[in-house]
Design a protein. Structure first.
Length: 158
């Protein structure tokens, strides 16, 4: 199913945990900051909408999506952090660099999540074009940041 078939900002909100005392770290890539800034706003506002406190949401920025793994680890290793949301946007260029970054960050974030046994959410867009990115950062297909935050909340219910 593609994002065109399922809006990224539409959720089935059942059996959600109380997150009023949960602490979240949102790690955001600075590359394509117009997109990642929109992803962050979506994630931040979604956490607040479902009961998180402002003081329990920490934001950190990293240079690019490749650095999201280490940036996420710096928070995942902290006992007081309940979940990490990693946000980025890797846009296909002329070379295979796109492939290496996407694979590295997907694998890296997965490793961090499993190592520290807590949700580290892959909120990274991997579009072919800027328009596809815009469509998924608050555009016609919703906001990947919303989806990432909601995923973190649902994972805390497990
Ligand atoms: N081209 C994009 C990058 N490239 C930078 C890498 O993420 C990394 O910072 C660099 O290779 C140094 O380690 N990053 C994105 O997030 N999005 C891109 O489109
Ligand atoms: C995903 C990238 O790093 C990409 O933007 C770099 O562009 P190019 O492959 O044309 O060097």
């Amino acid at each position: 199913m593609s994002s065109a078939d399922k809006n990224l900002s539409e959720f089935v909100a059942n059996n959600l945990p109380d997150i009023s005392n949960k602490k979240f770290a949102i790690v955001v890539s600075e590359w394509n900051e117009t997109i990642t800034g929109a992803l962050y706003e979506g994630a931040y506002n979604t956490l607040l909408a479902y009961g998180a406190k402002e003081e329990n949401i920490i934001k950190a920025e990293v240079p690019g999506s490749f650095e999201l793994s280490l940036g996420s680890q710096k928070f995942a290793q902290k006992e007081e952090i309940d979940a990490v949301i990693a946000l980025g946007c890797v846009i296909q260029g002329e070379t295979k660099h796109f492939d290496f970054i996407c694979m590295a960050v997907a694998n890296g974030i997965t490793e961090v999540s499993l190592k520290y046994n807590k949700p580290v959410i892959f909120g990274v867009l991997t579009p072919n074009t800027m328009q596809q990115a815009l469509d998924r950062a608050g555009g016609i297909h919703g906001n990947k940041g919303d989806e990432a935050a909601f995923t973190a909340i649902k994972m805390l219910a497990i």
